[in-house]
Design a protein around this ligand. Sequence first.
Ligand code: HEM
Length: 143
Amino acid sequence: MAGRAIVNGLHHGDDAAMVQFLKLVHVTCVVLSIGGLATRSALSFAGVKVPKSGWMGWAPHAVDSLLLAAAIGLMITTGQYPFVQTWLTVKVLAVTCYIILGSVLLDAGRSRASRLAAGLGALLLFGFIVSVAISRNPLGILG
Ligand code: HEM
């Protein structure tokens, strides 16, 4: 295709603006997602009941769905896929663990100690995921 070449698995040329746009959406949703999780867990630790209906109920799902949609768009436009690129495999597995830790953190039925431990784990894992994404190295900051 004219104006389009693949270098190191990345498309250059026609797709560059699309990749930039999808990255902006992806990273904006990442910031909204972690900010929302931090806010909800802080409210929950303070004993505030966060409503399950209304925008506080659906907004986190909307943000996370958009985050994932942009991730799928980035996979296609940059030609990098989980179980093909090791860094993306590590990222998907780490995101899965991060989601599980996040659900423990928000579960008011669990002990304060286990929720704090899950929150700390989620925070460390989040930092690791960002470092894997930026370096495109499966070891991220540990590498
Ligand atoms: C908590 C979840 C996530 C975080 C914190 C995160 C973070 C990031 C960041 C910071 C970038 C930009 C990297 C750069 O500047 O080059 C990025 C890019 C990307 N992310 Fe994510 N991401 C998450 C979830 C996902 C998921 C679930 C997938 C796919 C299954 C994914 C696929 C990608 C792809 C393909 C790129 C483009 C990498 C490139 O430019 O080569 N991300 N992510």
